[in-house]
Design a protein around this ligand. Structure first.
Ligand code: PRX
Length: 648
């Protein structure tokens, strides 16, 4: 059956920045004809203190990329000061508190004062240009103030998602050598209290952290260590509201953000100032068809790249009103998003398929409780969106009037690379459609041969740089080169599989490496395995992804008990190890199941056959392939029996 095509709505096309598919094709062709000219023009959207001399330098062989060389600018100036002249009183941030009905509107003028004060505060605590600052905050405006305050003085922020454990936080603080940490006493989410300061206390123990600045989000007092811990509001009140900006080189670092890969510890992806800012603001305007006056509601968390690019930097660099949402889609009930949409009159709404899948279970009624007339564009990000979910988003949430854009990108790409455009692209539900102008995807087979033409499937690479690309892994450029540029020399390898259908549409099929995508969040199986083997109940572990109805994928662990587990009931071992993973990484990494096994399916050379383990986790017992080459084929039967027993 031919895929269904959903054409752009004429009312959206009329006002869109790209108003037809022909216009997209022309723009795309022009961007390939002369990429440098194309990106040079895009750079005019930000304010440069000193113009750049050269648009791009690129050498994928050495993983060296630089954009807008010689230019000087400041990201906070572009996101805040620039708008003081004609929209000082316009709302920059609408904060939506966890408790329904509680909102705070922050104008560009107020944002400027808060960022200035916080920048001075950081300076008073010894932070200088180039220093790293850790931000471990819930979704409160102070998180955005903090990012922009760092940018203002040229410090490099490292935002750590406030759901990560003390151990994960500690690793990140240590890796980036952060001497100042911003946190809150507690976070609030869906009515639940998250003890952030206690986690920071455990994380920084023994590390050379100079200052911990604590925002009181709730009234609960928190122990403060004299000489190290400071009250956020008290410190802010001591500072002047004006802080001069540091003019940064285009290639000076703006932030580091940690992501999981298939091997080793999380990697600190380093983004720089000029290219990132141009790319975040360009894609925000283009993909969401943002126009002045539109309220942009991205429901992500600032702890992820989506929050960086499409809550803070992209929208604010365009002078937009952006929403920060502290709560969950189901608090106090499944109509929360739509209540917020109506209350703030959002034109754009952006979330992950996992949230939509969770909401679909409640039916259409919670959506229909609210009018949603302000909505025009609905975005999806983080994982493949099932066609049925796409259709529900379009028909029910969007009432058939809104564009749905499935946006494919990564922490490493800084911004969206493949997506429909609201006024231009005929969509096929479930496909991210086409590359943005300036972006050159390529499909390759295992040997690295390019798969040309349509109706092909392979691994997704990008040939040629774009300004938002991460520049390196903090402190380990060789790892950056190895991870992204050596599998297919001369190309950036995304780690994703992809199909280009007969009409040239791109369909992302998911990771081809050992990365699990849980609710749109990336987790390396190696990271989970090392959390398991750190416990003396576990001698050896193999972790695989398992399909999950709401989360997309979940974590399934096979473990061989260790010496410490002698005489311990398997059920206890399983519970303890689930807890060990949560403690080591955080709640998002909670395994769906830990299965105790007598052995793992290995080849004679000792390689674990994950393919078999994945199939068993999916209950796909019939199709295990050839197991005769295994060192101990009998072990497979035992694992299957254990899996079946666990299900019942
Ligand atoms: O596998 C792809 C998936 O998420 C990965 C990137 O994860 P992260 O760096 O955490 O960034 C998530 C937010 C940008 C990708 O390698 N992914 C992201 N967007 C999509 C997607 N898979 C399918 N469709 C998407 N729209």
């Amino acid at each position: 059956m031919a895929d269904q095509i959903i054409h752009p709505k004429s009312n959206l096309a009329r006002r869109a920045h790209v108003a037809s598919f022909e216009q997209y094709e022309q723009l795309y062709a022009a961007s390939l004809r002369d990429p440098r000219a194309f990106w040079r023009e895009r750079a005019a959207r930000v304010d440069w203190f000193h113009p750049f001399e050269r648009t791009c330098r690129q050498d994928f062989g050495n993983a060296e990329v630089a954009w807008y060389l010689g230019g000087k600018l400041n990201a906070a100036y572009n996101c805040v000061d620039r708008w003081l002249e004609d929209r000082a009183e316009q709302t920059a941030i609408i904060w939506v508190a966890d408790e329904p009905g509680e909102y705070r509107h922050i104008s560009f003028h107020e944002l400027h004062e808060n960022v200035g004060r916080l920048a001075n505060l950081l300076r008073a605590h010894g932070v200088r240009k180039g220093d790293r600052v850790c931000i471990y905050l819930p979704m409160i405006p102070e998180a955005a103030f903090a990012m922009l305050a760092c940018a203002r003085i040229g410090a490099v922020h490292s935002v750590v998602f406030a759901g990560f454990s003390a151990e994960s936080l500690r690793d990140r603080i240590d890796d980036a050598d952060c001497q100042v940490v911003l946190t809150a006493n507690e976070g609030l989410r869906g009515g639940k209290v998250i003890p952030l300061k206690a986690t920071v206390d455990a994380a920084v123990e023994g590390l050379p952290v100079r200052s911990v600045i604590v925002k009181q989000r709730t009234d609960t007092p928190t122990p403060m260590k004299a000489g190290r811990d400071y009250d956020f509001d008290e410190e802010m009140s001591k500072q002047r509201a004006f802080c001069p900006v540091e003019w940064m080189d285009s290639e000076d670092p703006l932030f580091v953000l940690y992501t999981s890969g298939s091997t080793g510890r999380p990697k600190g992806q380093l983004h720089t100032t000029g290219g990132y800012l141009v790319y975040a603001s360009y894609t925000h305007e283009l993909v969401f068809d943002w126009h002045r006056g539109d309220v942009h509601f991205c429901a992500a968390d600032v702890g992820w790249i989506t929050g960086h690019s499409y809550i803070v930097y992209g929208p604010l660099c365009n002078g937009a009103t952006t929403v920060m949402f502290e709560s969950t889609p189901v608090y106090p009930d499944a109509s929360r998003y739509w209540q917020v949409v109506d209350d703030v009159q959002a034109s754009i709404f952006y979330t992950a398929p996992t949230a939509l899948r969770a909401l679909i279970r409640f039916g259409d009624e919670p959506v229909k409780q609210y009018g949603r007339e302000s909505l025009r564009v609905l975005g999806s990000v983080g994982e493949p969106i099932n066609p049925e979910v796409w259709q529900w988003y379009h028909d029910v949430v969007g009432g058939g009037r809104c564009a749905v854009v499935d946006t494919w990108w990564q922490t490493e790409t800084g911004g969206i690379l493949i997506s429909a455009l609201p006024g231009a692209t005929p969509c096929k539900p479930g496909s991210a459609t086409f590359p943005l102008p300036g972006v050159r995807p390529m499909l390759v087979d295992e040997q690295g041969t390019e798969l040309t033409g349509n109706d092909v499937a392979g691994n997704l690479c990008i040939t040629g740089s774009w300004p938002g690309q991460a520049r390196t892994i903090l402190g380990d450029h060789e790892r950056f080169r190895q991870t992204y540029f050596t599998t297919y020399p001369g190309r950036y390898f995304t780690g994703d599989g992809c199909r280009r259908d007969a009409d040239g549409y791109y369909w992302i099929t998911g990771r081809v490496d050992d990365v699990v995508n849980v609710s749109g969040h990336r987790l390396g199986t190696a990271e989970v395995e090392s959390a398991l083997v750190a416990h003396d109940y576990c001698a050896e572990a193999a972790v695989v992804a398992c399909p999950h109805e709401v989360k997309g994928q979940s974590i399934y662990c096979y473990v061989i008990p260790g010496q410490g587990a002698e005489g311990v009931e398997p059920a206890t071992i399983e519970q303890e190890l689930v807890k060990a993973v949560r403690d080591a990484i955080g709640g998002i990494a909670t395994p769906e199941r830990v299965q105790v096994v007598p052995g793992l399916p290995k080849t004679r050379s000792g390689k674990i056959m994950r393919r078999i383990l994945r199939k068993i986790a999916e209950s796909n017992y019939e199709d295990l392939g050839d197991i005769t080459t295994l060192a101990e084929p009998a072990v497979v039967e035992q694992i299957v029996a254990g899996h079946k027993a666990g299900k019942s």
